[in-house]
Design a protein around this ligand. Structure first.
Ligand SMILES: *[C@@H]1O[C@H](CO)[C@@H](O)[C@H](O)[C@H]1NC(C)=O
Ligand SMILES: *[C@@H]1O[C@H](CO)[C@@H](O)[C@H](O)[C@H]1NC(C)=O
Ligand SMILES: *[C@@H]1O[C@H](CO)[C@@H](O)[C@H](O)[C@H]1NC(C)=O
Ligand SMILES: *[C@@H]1O[C@H](CO)[C@@H](O)[C@H](O)[C@H]1NC(C)=O
Ligand SMILES: *[C@@H]1O[C@H](CO)[C@@H](O)[C@H](O)[C@H]1NC(C)=O
Length: 473
């Protein structure tokens, strides 16, 4: 047991030792709505856990094509959203494809139709004034009046007093790694709590499909594909990208995809102070609300970097954490697509990893969640050309659903404004009136009394959600 733990930790350490630096990729933004052509992509994601591609994270990738792909050059007539290069050409040096407009342009005041008329949520107009927002891709200032106001949402909650981790990885932080289980740290050992969404419970062969780090230049290409295939997904959006590409965010939302929070500047949340975490989540929530008129009730921690403190803060702010699936044997469902643009992982190795994910997924009693990205041309081409088609053409085929839907969460629960469900995202969790984030059966974070600002519709009704332990009183 001890040896097993040690070997897992060593594998994790190896994966982290090769952690790439943030990429700075100059983009062609011909017809995109972006206001800036430079994406300071602090993207990337978890590299924790053992992985089929860990041998290629050294930068000398040896990944090989598996032969099961239908990698062919797209015909010249292929339309945007269906064209993709051969697998071997999806690489750091690939030529930039000209970006295309959103699938549909919506006027302010338009409401989505899939709410079945419950409450109309007309789109707002983002009148962008840089002075109203934190600097993009930087930790927002915690002394602002906004952050001070959002801090009040933590009143009445018992946020665990855990010191921030050193850098959110496992190599530089032996003390916190040793305590990873106690603090529920996902990054080092994959520790989850019942409040986390990590699978699609009881739905084998169902892929809770999601994309992180947009809305970005090639998100439109992905949206064309998803809409053509009638696939709905969950988008974990970065606040800095939302204010940069608001019409792409609108396109995601109006196309019926689920919108969730993925922080402002994509940091390792466990490294931050409580106020900094509130700022990261709060500004992203505000960006989405300002553009769409709705406030997400779900979030994903960048790199999957969450512990009981981050969980409690997120839940206190009305957002249920969603990570991605890790099998009991420690296989993390990370495609490592985010390492293709930097040349750290080859597209072939990433696709081999994805095939291993599908193989593992086929054996699970639950549906599964995979880490993929819409930030880069490479990651979008991997999705539309390879991973999504592989899942759809698999025998038997996988069913693709957004993560909320595959968790049985009604679409209206995904946003505060349409959420009439008094037990989502949070209600009384345990007999002592709290939410059990650390799994010990007692409440660690108290339910709200409904006194703070309207980010959660929970009002103390009995919990009817399976995700959170509920002990009837
Ligand atoms: C919540 O309600 C309890 C009991 O009514 C009260 O003691 C507590 O101060 C309240 N907390 C907040 C933050 O309003
Ligand atoms: C380990 O985690 C527990 C639970 O979160 C916490 O109470 C304790 O202070 C931690 N110990 C150390 C040494 O960090
Ligand atoms: C599960 O994933 C592991 C590691 O990526 C891989 O070696 C294994 O072959 C996969 N299992 C199946 C059944 O595909
Ligand atoms: C409330 O939400 C939970 C979890 O999303 C769901 O299971 C339940 O059916 C919802 N209840 C109502 C009345 O919509
Ligand atoms: C928790 O639930 C109990 C009854 O189940 C209720 O009396 C109490 O007010 C609730 N607490 C909060 C904070 O909503």
């Amino acid at each position: 047991m001890k040896l097993q733990t040690l070997s897992v930790l060593l594998a994790i350490a190896a994966a982290h030792a090769s952690k790439i630096n943030p990429l700075h990729i100059k983009r062609q933004a011909t017809s995109s709505t972006a206001t800036s052509a430079t994406v300071a992509a602090s993207s990337a994601s978890s590299s924790s856990g053992t992985s089929a591609v860990s041998s290629s994270t050294s930068g000398t990738s040896t990944g090989t094509a598996t032969g099961s792909t239908s990698a062919v050059a797209a015909p010249a007539s292929a339309t945007w959203g269906t064209s993709f290069p051969p697998l071997s050409q999806i690489s750091s040096g690939m030529p930039s494809e000209v970006t295309q407009p959103v699938t549909t342009t919506y006027s302010p005041g338009t409401s989505p139709t899939y709410f079945s008329g419950l409450i109309p949520f007309p789109l707002l107009v983002l009148v962008f004034n840089a002075a109203d927002w934190p600097a993009q891709d930087k930790l927002p200032d915690t002394s602002s009046s906004e952050v001070q106001e959002w801090m009040k949402e933590l009143d009445g909650w018992d946020i665990p007093d855990l010191s921030p981790t050193v850098d959110g990885t496992c190599v530089s932080d032996p003390a916190n790694v040793a305590n990873a289980s106690a603090r529920g740290w996902w990054t080092c050992g994959g520790y989850t709590r019942d409040t986390d969404i990590t699978v699609c419970p009881g739905k084998p062969m169902t892929w809770g499909t999601s994309f992180d780090d947009g809305p970005a230049f090639y998100t439109t290409k992905l949206l064309h594909f998803l809409n053509e295939q009638n696939i709905k997904a969950t988008f974990f959006d970065v606040g800095s990208r939302c204010i940069e590409n608001p019409s792409v965010l609108i396109d995601e939302y109006m196309s019926g995809h689920e919108i969730a929070v993925h922080t402002w500047s994509h940091p390792h949340l466990t490294t931050l102070t409580t106020a900094e975490i509130v700022a990261e989540l709060g500004w992203t929530r505000k960006a989405i609300k300002t553009i769409l008129g709705v406030t997400p009730t779900t979030m994903r921690p960048p790199y999957g970097d969450i512990d009981d403190r981050v969980r409690a803060i997120s839940l206190a702010m009305g957002m249920v954490p969603i990570i991605w699936t890790r099998t009991p044997a420690g296989v993390s469902f990370d495609t490592f697509d985010w390492e293709i643009p930097g040349g750290v992982v080859t597209s072939e190795a990433s696709f081999t990893q994805f095939e291993a994910i599908l193989g593992n997924a086929s054996t699970l009693d639950d549906g599964f969640i995979v880490l993929e990205h819409d930030l880069y041309e490479q990651t979008v081409d991997m999705a539309i050309g390879y991973t999504l088609p592989a899942a759809l053409s698999h025998n038997p085929p996988f069913t693709l659903e957004p993560i909320g839907q595959c968790n049985g969460i009604p679409y209206t629960n995904m946003y505060v404004e349409s959420n009439l469900n008094t037990s989502f995202p949070i209600a009384n969790g345990t007999s002592d009136g709290g939410i059990d984030t650390d799994g010990d059966g007692t409440g660690d974070a108290k339910s709200k009394n409904g006194t703070s600002s309207a980010t959660s519709s929970s009002n103390g009704a009995p919990l009817d959600m399976f995700l959170i332990q509920y002990t009837p009183q």
